[in-house]
Design a binder for this molecule. Structure first.
Ligand SMILES: [Zn+2]
Ligand SMILES: [Zn+2]
Length: 124
């Protein structure tokens, strides 16, 4: 457990809402990064963070031939996940994405989740 520099106590941490960055889509893949942050339970000072960088989901929908310039990707929902695994505490995220084609109106939904051991979190 990290020592909080603000309240100067060993306190529990709570996960804040994750931040999704560099969300993009092309004709082969959806790419993004997610940052999760754990803050002091007592005073909300940010203490630990982890970046899931350059995540890639394969995107090859069948029966779709429009140019990739018409594709648009949006974040629907992203939540932080905290889980007690047998090996210890794990932190991660669950992300829902929606890809739409502005040319033909088709829509695809994707869910992604990942987690790391709490010990892999880095100090802010
Ligand atoms: Zn604190
Ligand atoms: Zn299309």
């Amino acid at each position: 457990m990290p020592r909080c520099p603000d309240c100067n106590k060993f306190r529990g941490v709570e996960l804040l809402d994750p931040e999704v960055n560099n969300l993009d889509v092309n004709e082969a893949a959806i790419t993004f990064s997610v940052q999760i942050v754990a803050a002091c339970e007592e005073c909300s000072t940010e203490l630990l963070q982890y970046d899931f960088e350059d995540v890639e989901i394969e995107f090859r929908p069948p029966d779709h031939d429009c140019n990739e310039d018409f594709l648009k990707v949006e974040e629907e929902n992203c939540t932080a996940v905290e889980r007690q695994a047998t090996s210890g505490k794990a932190y991660g995220y669950e992300l829902s994405l929606k890809v739409t084609c502005t040319e033909c109106g088709k829509m695809w939904q994707y869910d992604m989740r990942d987690e790391i051991p709490a010990s892999s979190m880095e100090e802010v």
